[in-house]
Design a protein around this ligand. Structure first.
Ligand code: FCB
Length: 455
């Protein structure tokens, strides 16, 4: 199909060198559907959606039917010339009770997905946990129960034994701050729990799982590249008044440091957030050392920047974010400011830590109001977003040698957690009535960016 004209002066994938990793990302719960099919066990999101907790009563029960349409979707990746595909395994599809017996149908499904990728020359990048905890484990306390470390390691051991011969790139957890913060502190994601007493143990156990999971995968597959992904946002204080600067440091400690720093042996940022000291209550002797882990790569996920204001009424943090629409800046449908420099600033920040081996941007992308017209989606806003981010990424690549890859979020429109289907992030449009796929102009743009067409 005809494409958007390519600007020959613009940055292209080739400018990043031959070894730079280019890809596209997705996750199991957001795409697969088939939530009760073929002996899949329930996840915490099933229970959450059953209670009507998703915007407009949406749910992920069908999602975009990746479970049935994976061949078509992997074809689309090939047509766009994208060499790497990041997706996640559904823990309850493989282990319906969370632990114990494996589900042969689940095993078969992921073998088929991985084989289809490999047959088409697409490298699979597998995330072990992208937020869909088996519901039966949540009944036993979920992430707040220290036993989750054993449960997770049992699942990891089984998954790597099953797929480790074919999968050479693994990510342990996806964005621990988001699933513990939204799921165990704010109650806006599954399992909908609230408060510090849930958040702190869940966070600690998630961090231990990153470290122990890494060691286990490396023991089993020493040559595999193993990382974990973290959410980051570039932060700017509301003004240079000392109270806003202080607020900005606190927010930075929560949003950017709380999960990365313990993995690097730096402990928790308790000076900025004294309430984090309470995490010690859940720690056992030796945990400090256990948390330290030489990840092969840090998966950086960055979408926006945030402006931070002092807020005396906000417990623990005394700071809050000023939403993009209030600031009257250009933003996506998620109300996330479009601020491409954020990607540069975050790579700079992550590289500045001693002990970081490699940085791969494992998610970046944008949701806009897309319109399907005569089979086309002319998503100029998304193209613009991606182009600008590539320019900043290119600058980052020149300045920070540890940066080595970039994945767009996401392949197809999908189920955007608490936002349901209101947010479309895909390079491929999905008509959720018919489940038909239509590559958006941004998909064609990414194809041309990768091939260097027009250069
Ligand atoms: C990230 C999640 C991903 C997707 C994007 C928009 O926080 O990892 O699943 O929802 O945001």
């Amino acid at each position: 199909m005809k494409t958007t004209p390519v600007d020959s002066k613009a940055v292209h994938a080739k400018d990043f060198g031959n070894h730079f990793i280019w890809g596209v990302s997705s996750s199991a719960l957001q795409t697969e559907g088939a939530h009760k099919t073929d002996q899949k066990g329930p996840s915490i999101w099933d229970a959450f959606a059953d209670k009507g907790k998703i915007k407009s009563g949406h749910h992920h029960y069908q999602a975009n039917e990746f479970y049935y349409r994976y061949l078509q979707d992997i074809d689309l990746i090939q047509q766009m010339g994208i060499p790497n595909f990041r997706f996640s395994l559904s823990w309850p599809r493989l282990l319906p009770d969370g632990v114990g017996s494996l589900n042969p149908k689940g095993i078969d499904f992921y073998h088929r997905v991985i084989d289809a990728c490999l047959e088409k020359g697409i490298e699979p990048w597998v995330t072990l946990y992208h937020w869909d905890l088996p519901y039966l484990l949540e009944k036993k306390g979920g992430w707040t129960n220290r036993e989750v470390i054993d449960w997770f390691l049992e699942y990891t051991q089984k998954a790597v034994k099953l797929f480790g011969d074919k999968v050479k790139h693994w990510m342990i957890l996806n964005e621990p701050l988001v699933f513990t913060g939204a799921g165990y502190f704010g109650g806006v994601h599954a399992p909908g729990r609230k408060g510090l007493k849930n958040f702190l143990p869940a966070s600690l156990h998630a961090s231990i799982c990153i470290a122990e999971g890494f060691r286990l995968v490396k023991d089993m597959q020493p040559k595999a590249q193993v990382g974990s992904t973290f959410s980051f946002s570039h932060l700017t204080p509301y003004s240079h008044a000392p109270n806003h600067l202080r607020a900005c440091h606190k927010m930075d400690a929560l949003l950017n440091r709380m999960f990365l720093e313990p993995t690097l042996g730096l402990g928790y940022p308790t000076e900025e957030i004294p309430a984090l000291r309470k995490i010690e209550k859940y720690m056992k002797a030796g945990d400090d050392e256990k948390l330290k882990v030489p990840l092969d790569f840090i998966g950086v996920q960055v979408y926006t920047r945030e402006v931070v204001k002092s807020s005396l009424f906000t417990p623990y943090l005394r700071s809050k974010l000023v939403p993009a629409n209030e600031r009257k800046v250009y933003h996506t449908k998620m109300n996330w400011e479009v601020y491409p420099k954020s990607i540069y600033e975050i790579v700079k920040k992550v590289q500045s830590y001693k002990g970081v081996n490699q940085i791969i941007v494992t998610e970046n992308g944008a949701s806009f109001e897309d319109e399907l017209f005569l089979g086309r989606v002319e998503d100029l806003h998304r193209i613009h977003y991606l182009k600008q981010h590539m320019e900043e990424l290119f600058k980052a690549k020149q300045d920070f040698h540890k940066l080595n890859g970039y994945f767009v979020w996401s392949l197809t429109d999908n189920f955007e957690w608490a936002e349901g289907y209101h947010q479309r992030f895909g390079l491929v449009y999905v008509d959720f009535e018919t489940q038909m796929r239509f590559t958006k102009n941004s998909g064609y743009w990414y194809r041309d960016f990768l091939s260097g067409a027009g250069k």
